[in-house]
Design a protein around this ligand. Structure first.
Ligand code: GDP
Ligand code: IMO
Ligand code: MG
Length: 433
C-alpha cells in the first residue's frame, strides 16, 4: 500500500516539516490536506539557509517531486504567491510541474483575515495566528465559501471579496475603515494573486488517486497537531481543521484502504504557541526562557507564522497517548532531543494525570476537564555532551537513550528517528528493539 502519513501529535510545531523534507526523496507525491497559512514548517535542507514553508508542502525542497495542496487546505492566495516567490528565490523550482492546488480548495478572502485580527485584538481572543482560518472555515461550513474553481467567473470572485470588505468596514473603528478606493485596490490585488495561481489549479483528487492506482508512493504531510484538532483538541482553543490522519486523508480525497504507515512527530521540548490549558507549563520564567532559547528560525521556541514566543512546559506523555490512539500511530519521530539539557541537570516527564482523585494514563478530551487535571512526573537525568554532532544511536549518552526508552516504554510505539538539530542530516536513525 503506497500511502504514508506524517502528523503532529502535540500542539503543532513538532518538526513535521523537517522530517517530511528528509524522507520526501522516497515518494512521488508530497501532499498537504489540511490547515493553511497558519502552518509554518521550517526545513533546513543541505547547503540551504533555513526555509519557513506555510502552504507549500515540504517536499518542494526535493527536485522532481510533485507537491499537492489538497481540497482540505484553506488557501490564502496573496500569501501563497509571496511564499512561492520566496521559495523560488532560494533557487528551487516552483512551477505547474511540481506544485498543484486543488480547484476545490477554499480561498481565504481579505475580510477573513480582517475579522480574525479584530476578534484576536478583542475580548474573545483565542491566540489565533490571524490568518483568517476560523472565518474561511465558517464560510465553508455555512456553504457560502469561495472555492478556487470560482476563478472561472472572476466577476463573482471580485464581488464576494468586495462585499466581505464592506461588511468588515461596518465593524471597524472609524480610523481603520477603508475608503472605497482602498477596498477596490485590496480586492484587485487579491484577485491578481488568485489569477497568478491559476497555472497550478488541478483536480488533485483525480491526480492523487491515479498515482495511487499506479502504485506510486504518496506522502501526506499533516499540519498543526492533534491537540489543535477541531473534534479532538482543546475546543474551543483549537484550529478550524481536522488535524488527525482521518482529517488529512479526507482533505486529500484518498481512501484509508491505501494507508501503509503513520508516523507521529513529537518533540522532546514541550511548547504551545496559543491560548489553552497547559498542565505541565513551567511557571519559572527564567527556566522557560532558557528552554525557549533566543529568537530565530531554528533552535528556539518561537511561532514560525507569528514570531510569538511559545509557552514552555515539561514533556507530557499523557497527551501523546490520546494522539497515538486516535491517529493509529505506527512509529514516532522525536525531535529536539538536543534541547533536553536546556531544562537543567534533570527533566520532569509527565507520565499520568490525576483527575477527580483518580490516576489516568490518557487525558480527558474536554478542555474544561483538562483544566482540573494535575500531572504526575518521573524525573530523569539529562546530559552535558553536545549531541547535535552525533550520527549514531550508539554514540548518544546513556541518559539520552534512557530518555528515549522512557517514551518507547510508556507509549508502546517504536521511535525510529531522533532529531538532534534542525538540519536535514541532524537525524539519528534508532535501531528497532
Ligand atoms: P512543524 O510545524 O511541525 O513543521 O515545526 P516547525 O518548523 O514550526 O517548528 C519546529 C522548529 O524546530 C523549527 O524551527 C525547526 O527548525 C526546529 N527543529 C526541528 N527538529 C529539531 C531538532 O531535532 N533539534 C533542533 N534543535 N531543532 C529542531
Ligand atoms: P504547524 O503546522 C502551532 C494554533 C494557534 C492558535 C490556534 C488557532 O506549523 O504545526 P488559527 O490561526 O488556526 O485560527 O489558530 O491554533 N496553531 C498552530 N500552532 N503550529 C501550527 O501549525 C498552528 N496552526 C494553528 O497558535 O492557538
Ligand atoms: Mg510549525
Amino acid at each position: 500500500m503506497p500511502l504514508d502519513v506524517v502528523v503532529g501529535l502535540q500542539r503543532g510545531d513538532e518538526g513535521k516539516g523537517r522530517f517530511v523534507d528528509l524522507i520526501a526523496k522516497d515518494y512521488s507525491v508530497i501532499a498537504r490536506g489540511n490547515g493553511g497559512s497558519n502552518a509554518g514548517h521550517t526545513v533546513v535542507p543541505d547547503t540551504m539557509e533555513p526555509l519557513a514553508l506555510h502552504q507549500v508542502p515540504s517536499g518542494i525542497t526535493n527536485p522532481g517531486k510533485l507537491n499537492i495542496i489538497g481540497n482540505g487546505v484553506y488557501v490564502d492566495p496573496r500569501r501563497l504567491v509571496k511564499e512561492i516567490e520566496e521559495v523560488k528565490a532560494t533557487g528551487l523550482e516552483v512551477s505547474k510541474n511540481n506544485l498543484l492546488i486543488s480547484a476545490s480548495s477554499h480561498l481565504v478572502l481579505p475580510h477573513h483575515i480582517g475579522f480574525d485580527a479584530l476578534r484576536e485584538n478583542g475580548l474573545k481572543a483565542q491566540g489565533s495566528t490571524k490568518s483568517g482560518i476560523s472565518y474561511v472555515a465558517s464560510d465553508k461550513y455555512l456553504r457560502e465559501g469561495v472555492r478556487f474553481e470560482l476563478l472561472a467567473t472572476p466577476k463573482i470572485l471580485y464581488e464576494r471579496a468586495y462585499d466581505g470588505l464592506l461588511r468588515l468596514n461596518e465593524v471597524l473603528a472609524k480610523e481603520e475603515k477603508q475608503s472605497p478606493d482602498e477596498i477596490k485596490a485590496t480586492v484587485e490585488d487579491w484577485l491578481k494573486s488568485v489569477e497568478a495561481l491559476q497555472i497550478h489549479m488541478a483536480d488533485t483528487v483525480e491526480i492523487i488517486n491515479e498515482r495511487l492506482s499506479e502504485g506510486q508512493k504518496i506522502l501526506a504531510e499533516g499540519a498543526q497537531g492533534f491537540w489543535l484538532d477541531i473534534n479532538h483538541g482543546m475546543y474551543p482553543l483549537v484550529t478550524s481543521s481536522s488535524t488527525t490522519v482521518a482529517g488529512l486523508l479526507d482533505g486529500l480525497g484518498v481512501s484509508a484502504k491505501h494507508l501503509n504507515k503513520v508516523t507521529g512527530v513529537a518533540k522532546s521540548v514541550k511548547s504551545h504557541v496559543g491560548h489553552g490549558p497547559f498542565i505541565t507549563e513551567i511557571k519559572d520564567s527564567a527556566l522557560a526562557a532558557n528552554v525557549r532559547g533566543a529568537f530565530g528560525l531554528t533552535d528556539s521556541e518561537f511561532g514560525k507564522t507569528t514570531e510569538r514566543p511559545r509557552r514552555i512546559g515539561y514533556p507530557d506523555l499523557v497527551e501523546l497517548r490520546n494522539a497515538i490512539r486516535i491517529n493509529g500511530i505506527d512509529e514516532l519521530a522525536l525531535s529536539k532531543l538536543d534541547h533536553v539539557p536546556r531544562y537543567g541537570k534533570e527533566i520532569k516527564v509527565a507520565t499520568s494525570y490525576t483527575y477527580k482523585g483518580s490516576e489516568r494514563l490518557t487525558s480527558p478530551t474536554s478542555a474544561l476537564a483538562l483544566e482540573s487535571c494535575e500531572a504526575n512526573y518521573l524525573t530523569m537525568d539529562t546530559w552535558d555532551k553536545d549531541i547535535s554532532v552525533l550520527t549514531k544511536y550508539s554514540e548518544l549518552p546513556k541518559e539520552a537513550t534512557k530518555f528515549v526508552d522512557l517514551f518507547v516504554e510508556q507509549l508502546g510505539v517504536p521511535i525510529i528517528k531522533i532529531g538532534v538539530g534542525p538540519g536535514r542530516r541532524q537525524v539519528i536513525e534508532k535501531p528497532l528493539g
